[in-house]
Structure formats: C-alpha cells, structure tokens
Design a binder for this molecule. Structure first.
Ligand code: IVH
Length: 700
C-alpha cells in the first residue's frame, strides 16, 4: 500500500491509480456488507473511501471509471433468492459531513434549479435509519412483492420474509392509495430486541451479531421465512418507487399518507425553511441518538416539493434532491505494540501498526496503517505508545495521534529499515518522485524479482479476483506452494497438474482428492483468458482494471500488443507514440509498460506464461445512443435548462463532457454569448450546434 495523499495533491497518474484501487476496495467491502452481511470496516471508514473516490472524480471528471463506485449501489443479489428487477432503480444517498457541506448542498440545489437565495425552499430532515432498504409492492391495496436493494437494479425476492414483519400491512388502510404503490423504507431491529437476540446466541454458544444492522440483514435474508418470522424485525416507510399515480405534492405529505395507509413512519421528521433549521434538527437528533431505541447513522435532508425533486433528478447513484448528513467518525485509544514492515508487490515497504485489540464503532481493530516513514516521523509514533485511532479513510484504521499525557518511558524513535525484511536483506531505496525529482514518500526494496516477498505478492495478485481469479488458490496456498518451490512464477500454476505424478498434491497437508481435483479444474478453466485479465495479472505498474481495459480495446489482441510493446522500446518510435497517445494512457504509464517489457526477467516470465495459456481477443466496443462516446463541450448561455442539467443529460447518454475545445472534441453546443471556444471549434472544424439542434439530436 502506498501513502494516502491528500486528494488535492494527486497527480493525474496517481489519481488514476487511486481511483482504480478505490473501485476494487469498495467493491470488496460492498460484497462483505451486502452479500455476506459481515462488513469488514465501519460505515465511517466506508463513507470515507467513497468520499475520497468522489473527491478525486470531482477533480478529474474524465477519469471516472465505468465500474466506479459512484455509479453503483450495493452489489449483485446473493444466490439462492429469486431475483426482482426494480422498475425504478433503488439508489443511495450522497453524504455530507459538516455544516459547511450542508450549506453547499442547499446552494447546489438552488443553483441547479436557478432558485434565488431569497426565494423560500423547504427541506425535510429525518433520522437516517441504519438498517437495510426494502421495496414493498402493493397492487390494488394488497402486498404482492418485496425486494431488497441488491445492486439497485435487481434485488432479492424477500416477499415471504417481509410478510412476517409486524409493522408492514398486508393490505393498505383507506382507499385513496394508487393502484400500484411500491413503498420503500428501512428494515431494522430495535436495540433492546437486538440485545435479547445476542444473549440468546451466547446462551446457545453461537456467534453474536456485530450490530443490529447485520442482525436485521441476516434475519430478513433467510430462505426459510419462518426464521424471519421469529426475529424482531421492524420497518420504517420513508419513500416510494413505482407508483401508478402521484402520492402527494410534497415529501412530508407523501410520508403522512404512508402513515395513513398503515405504515410506521419516523416521528422525528421535521420541515425546515432554511439551512439553520436543518442543522438545528441534525443537532437535536444527534443528541437524542442514544435514546431513540434503534441505530441511526445520520440525518437525511430532502427537498420537500416533489415537482422540484423531479426536476433535480439523479447523478449516477444518488438523487440531487437529497443528502445524508453523517455523524462523525468513532475513535478509541489503545497501545501501539509493534511496528511491522510489509513488502508489497512493487517492493514498497509499508509500516503497519500492531495494536492491542480494541473495538471502534462496533468493530474489533488490531492493525492500523502507518503508510510510510514520513507518517511515522510526523506522528512520532513509537512502540509502546498510547495512540488515538480512528476508523476512517482507509481499509484499515488510522492512527490520529500519540496521546502524550499517557506516555511515561518511551522507546527510541522508530528507525525505518535500511534493508528489506525478506531473507535476502536487499538494501532499500527511497524512491524519487517522478514529477518533482525530489525524494518521494515510498521506500522500496531494490530486489525486484529477486525479492521473494515481492514474488509472493506478485503471485497473489496474479490469481486474484480481477486477474486470473483461480478458485482454491488463495494467499495461504500461494504462500505454501512458494515455500516448497512448487510455484515460483505464474507459468508454474499451469504445469501443476502435469507435475502431480511426483507432487501428489492430494497427499499433502490441507489437500485431499477432491480439493486437488477441484484446483486442477479451476486452473484449467482459466487457461483461456481475456486480454484484459492477462494485462491486469501481469502486474505492470499503473495498469489495473481500467487501464488494462483501455489497452485491451486499443490493441484487441495479445500478439499485436506484445509486438507493439517490444517496438515501443525505441524512444520516439511510432509504437511508443501510439501507446502514449491512447486516450487515458499518457507518458508515465507508457514508460512503465515499456520498462516492464524491457526487463529480461519479466520477458522470461511472460514468455513462459504465454507458452501455457491462450489469450482471447478483445471485442471492439459498440454503442447505440447518437452521442455515446462522443466528446462534447458546452459554451455560452443555455436557455432551456441550467448548464449542469444539460451536462447531466449528455452524460446519461454516454457522452464525455469536456471543459475545453480540442481536436478530440466532436460537438460544441454553443449558446448566446459564446466566444473563444466557438472560434476555436470553427478553426478546428469541430461540429457546432445550438441548444435546439442539440436537443433535437439527443431526443431522437
Ligand atoms: S431516502 C433515493 N431516507 O440510506 C434514495 N434513505 O445511504 C432515497 N436510509 O439507500 C433514500 N434512512 O437505505 C432515505 N430516512 C431515510 C433513510 C434512508 C436510511 C438508507 C437507505 C438508502 C441509504 C443511503
């Protein structure tokens, strides 16, 4: 792991790498949270990851990945449940963390609507329930279907389970409900009931639930609904999905109607006329948090008028008309027992704080990231110190500071190792920053492929989910195979079966007939691999999933790619210039790729690997919308909508929005008052259209 730089300090290349890392890490956490109901990090830490992703995307909007976490909520539904498609996507909420950000949120809303500051604009404020969201469909007043959020588009069919929840009506009260009414809200377990549930788990020598949210998720998502029925599940209604007729004119009225039709609604919702009132409600709810009787993790603000909600619409995964004001991160103090050094795939030495185990925000913590030598020096963290830790900003928690008042006799300042902790004890080098030429923050083992620690990391990466994804070959197995010298490089994986005459894997510790056969089958299944996965697996610096996809669609075929990379060894060669000019590649990545293929060591590894596998050609991408993949620029005044609304529409159709005109621009949409951009577009022969022509194009 490299240092977590402030997002404002990231170079373009770093931003690209970081977005890629975050996409992977967030997807993994989503899987733990949604599919296994067993999160590995706190919500605060998770939000911090998403926030970091959003901040980087805001700076580099052209680097937003197709698989960006900002475009997705939750994760695929788990196996075993029937699937239900959501006719109206179930989205998530954008988060804010401070009063200033609440101000920004309301300003953003006003700007989008072109709503003057002096014109009243009401918001509702209500607790953000920490449960799991659920969509319950009524037809002619009867409950017919219920689904979890899943990935936002498809959820799990939990109809029978939801029928057992005591505050979900089987038939609606009154008669003024729409024929089709999909009620949305949160399934949760009250704290008192949660305590009883866990006491029963303890009495039965079963594992306890980490928190009420997990208990609720585990209780709802039972294939046997009679188990759900025995669990203390509750439901708060706060929103709706598909409806055959409008439910009201305002958010508040809509929720009151839900109550009238038989649902439990939250009693703490307030209508606010301005930001100060919103923040006051936040403070009141925060003060009441521990006495509510159920877990909440913030306050949700929503534009009250539903016609305005409609105009505001959505940005990829969340509505523009709502925002969640989250409660601050949780902290705890503990002892820093030891500073360990871990070696990454690229040889980066990462210090990790080994902590005396402590719970923070309901999760047991025993490791914290220290990032690099500078960070240790900045904190002046020493073994034996009492430290304040916080779960935020990274997969593993961070040390906020050393608690001075508690120190008596301190150990000596930590000396960052001058040699790699691997058996070869190769000297380490402080890397030079590619941009500034100054010493960077990363210390690396100079051993590269000679370093056994790096080789193991490389193999782990090779078989990981985004790369070859070989089932049954995880970190533990890789480590064992490497120690026995059975697998020392990727090609060895594919010769494993042939060598089994002498290896006799099935007789080795931890293996049996079945598991050995399964492993060989899993390896065989990956002998044919996509170009993209192969490129990820090679572990070239800066080449993760997005960039592997870029390269794969640019070259389409392994042989063509490989020949081009060898030709690109010549500086300023045509092959190098082509590589560097691929949209999204750039000089730093191009250098890294060329460097990779220049190394005799890697050349050998690649050659031996390619003798074992078949690489599938990539397929050139196709698109249907008339502006998909086109780069468009807006200039001048727009008359029918705000600039943001226009950009949002274009992006939704697959267009890339750029800020300035270049040879890569396909369309310039010019309104009254257009100046230099219009001139440049004319000079470059870029297609220019006015707002009406543009609307005509996208509406057909
Ligand atoms: S409104 C378009 N209101 O928070 C999204 N959501 O982090 C409308 N949540 O997916 C959601 N309490 O599961 C809304 N009072 C509340 C909520 C709430 C909890 C959940 C919901 C949502 C998630 C977003």
């Amino acid at each position: 792991m490299t240092a977590l730089k402030d997002t404002d300090d990231l170079t373009r290349e770093e931003a690209m790498t970081e977005l890629e890392r975050l996409a992977g890490v967030i997807a993994e956490h989503d899987r733990h949270y949604h599919q296994m109901d067993a999160p590995k990090i706190s919500d605060v830490a998770y939000d911090a990851l998403r926030q970091r992703n959003a901040a980087i995307e805001a700076r580099f909007d052209d680097l937003v990945r197709p698989d960006s976490p900002s475009k997705r909520v939750g994760t695929r539904p788990a196996e075993g449940f029937g699937k239900i498609a959501h006719n109206v996507a179930m989205l998530s909420l954008d988060n804010v963390f401070s009063d200033d950000e609440v101000h920004e949120f309301t300003k953003r809303v006003r700007r989008f609507l072109r709503w003057p500051e002096d014109q009243p604009l009401a918001f509702t404020a209500e607790p953000k329930i920490d449960g799991l969201s659920c969509a319950i469909r009524y037809e002619h007043g009867r409950l017919v279907q219920a689904a979890t959020r899943g990935d936002g588009r498809t959820g799990e069919d939990v109809t029978n389970n939801v029928r057992t929840i005591i505050d979900v009506p089987q038939t609606l009260k009154g008669d003024d409900w729409p024929e089709v009414l999909e009620v949305r809200g949160e399934v949760y377990i009250p704290n008192a009931e949660f305590a009883i549930m866990n006491a029963a788990q303890v009495a039965a020598s079963k594992p306890v639930y980490a928190n009420p949210r997990n208990a609720a998720a585990g209780s709802l998502r039972q294939l046997d609904a009679s188990i759900s029925a025995a669990r203390p599940l509750r439901f708060f209604a706060y929103a709706w999905g598909e409806i055959s007729a409008p439910v009201a004119k305002t958010q508040r009225q809509a929720v009151q109607n839900l109550s009238k039709w038989g649902f439990s609604i939250n009693a703490h919702m307030r209508l606010c006329q301005n930001v100060d009132e919103m923040i006051a409600v936040y403070q009141t709810i925060e003060a009441a948090r521990s006495s509510l009787g159920y877990d909440i993790d913030g306050v949700v603000y929503k534009v009250d008028r539903l016609d305005l909600q409609e105009r505001l619409g959505f940005v990829s995964r969340s509505p523009r008309w709502a925002s969640a004001h989250k409660f601050p991160p949780e902290q705890a103090s503990t002892t820093l027992e030891k500073i360990d050094i871990q070696v990454g795939r690229t040889g980066a030495l990462t210090p990790v704080a080994k902590l005396k185990a402590v719970t923070v925000g309901g999760v047991m913590v025993s490791n914290a990231s220290l990032h690099n030598a500078d960070e240790i020096a900045r904190l002046d963290a020493r073994e034996g110190d009492t430290v304040l830790i916080q779960r935020a900003g990274d997969v593993i928690p961070q040390i906020v500071k050393v608690l001075e008042a508690k120190q008596v006799m301190r150990s000596d300042p930590f000396q960052f190792p001058k040699v790699c902790p691997c058996p070869l004890k190769t000297p380490t080098v402080r890397e030079i920053d590619e941009k500034t030429g100054e010493p960077g923050v990363i210390t690396r083992c100079s051993g590269e492929f000679a370093c056994p620690f790096q080789r193991v990391r490389h193999l782990e990466h090779f078989v990981s989910r985004q790369a070859f994804d070989i089932e049954g070959l995880g970190k533990k197995q890789i480590a064992a195979f490497f120690d026995e010298k059975t697998i020392i490089e990727p090609a060895d994986i594919f010769t494993l079966k042939d060598r089994n005459e002498t290896l006799k894997l099935e007789t080795c510790e931890g293996w049996g007939d079945l598991s050995a056969r399964n492993l060989f089958a899993a390896i065989e299944a990956r002998r044919t691999i996509s170009l993209e996965r192969l490129l990820i697996a090679l572990g070239i610096r800066h080449v993760g999933q997005t960039n592997a996809r870029l390269l794969s669609t640019a070259y389409l075929n392994w042989e063509r790619f490989h020949v081009a990379m060898l030709a690109a060894q010549v500086p300023a060669s045509e092959a190098f210039i082509y590589l560097k000019n691929i949209d999204g590649v750039g000089p730093i990545m191009a250098e890294a790729i060329v460097h990779f293929f220049a190394e005799p060591q890697t050349q050998g590894l690649v050659e031996r690997l390619l003798a074992q596998i078949d690489v599938k050609d990539a397929i050139a991408p196709k698109s249907d919308s008339p502006v998909a993949g086109k780069t468009v620029v807006f200039t001048g005044k727009l008359e029918q909508m705000s600039r943001d609304e226009a950009k949002a529409k274009a992006a939704a159709l697959g267009a890339k929005i750029a800020g300035s005109v270049s040879a890569k621009t396909n369309i310039l949409i010019a309104g009254p008052g257009a100046g230099s951009k219009l001139k440049k577009a004319n000079d470059l022969g870029v297609r220019v259209m006015n707002e009406d022509e543009w609307l005509e194009l996208i509406e057909h």
